[in-house]
Design a protein around this ligand. Structure first.
Ligand SMILES: [Zn+2]
Length: 243
């Protein structure tokens, strides 16, 4: 700061006898100090960090507020838990309305833009409302999609509820869920999409199924059906958003 201040006062002086513009020795010293500062600024790591910060500054995934991954206002969009009963007496707990544009942005950032930390930030909201069950099972991604994305967002949410158990595998790739699709059409599409890896693990167990978003509920229904067929005692579900 001091160096910067001195650098700012640099100005030409007039030579006392020759009458030509020159830098006084004091000002030359100031200039050299400035050069050192610039050299320090060119330190490789600092340059990378600076460029990274300029290109990808930390901002709220929902509203873009500066210097925070998820601001309090956006976090509050997830504060109210709701329970909805869908087919097969499956109770689904959800926290935010997916139709809200900020919620949509947050889920998109979490799911597609590698902002994995968002799940952890929502833990204080999710955890107290997660039903206590024997197992916490995330809805799996098809291996092709997992390879492409590098992580299963449902598993990251499941980690906020307990220790995830990979009890299901997705054996059929299904098209993304569109709002135009009816629940019946989705359910038919998802028929045979999941398989239980080892029935012994889930037999007579209470299970919490976890996913990021519930649209028609067909994904959760289809996974529940497989778990129940393999002997699960009870299944409940938890998702971040519903819409
Ligand atoms: Zn925000």
């Amino acid at each position: 700061m001091y160096g910067w201040h001195r650098y700012n006062v640099i100005s030409y002086g007039i030579h006392a006898t020759k009458g030509i513009p020159v830098l006084s020795s004091r000002h030359t010293g100031v200039w050299l100090y400035g050069i050192t500062e610039i050299r320090n600024m060119l330190d490789f790591n600092r340059v990378i960090r600076t460029i990274g910060g300029l290109l990808y500054p930390t901002s709220c995934a929902g509203c873009g507020a500066f210097d925070v991954e998820l601001c309090e206002t956006c976090k509050n969009l997830f504060q109210t838990p709701h329970t909805e009963q869908i087919e097969q007496s499956l109770d689904v707990i959800w926290f935010a309305n997916f139709k809200n544009p900020s919620v949509k942005k947050i889920i998109k950032a979490f799911k597609f833009q590698n902002q994995r930390n968002l799940a952890k930030l929502l833990e204080p909201i999710i955890k107290p409302h997660a039903p206590k069950t024997d197992l916490v099972v995330p809805i799996p991604l098809h291996s092709t999609k997992l390879l492409k994305r590098g992580y299963n967002q449902a598993e990251l949410i499941a980690e906020q509820c307990g220790t995830p158990t990979r009890a299901l595998v997705r054996i059929k790739e299904t098209p993304p869920q569109g709002h135009a699709d009816s629940r019946e059409a989705r359910f038919a599409n998802l028929c045979g999409a999941f398989a239980v890896i080892d029935p012994i693990i889930i037999k007579d167990k209470t299970i919490l199924l976890v996913d990021d978003v519930m649209t028609t509920g067909a994904t959760l229904s289809s996974a529940t059906l497989e778990l129940k067929k393999a002997g699960a005692k009870e299944v409940a579900a938890l998702v971040l958003a519903h819409g």
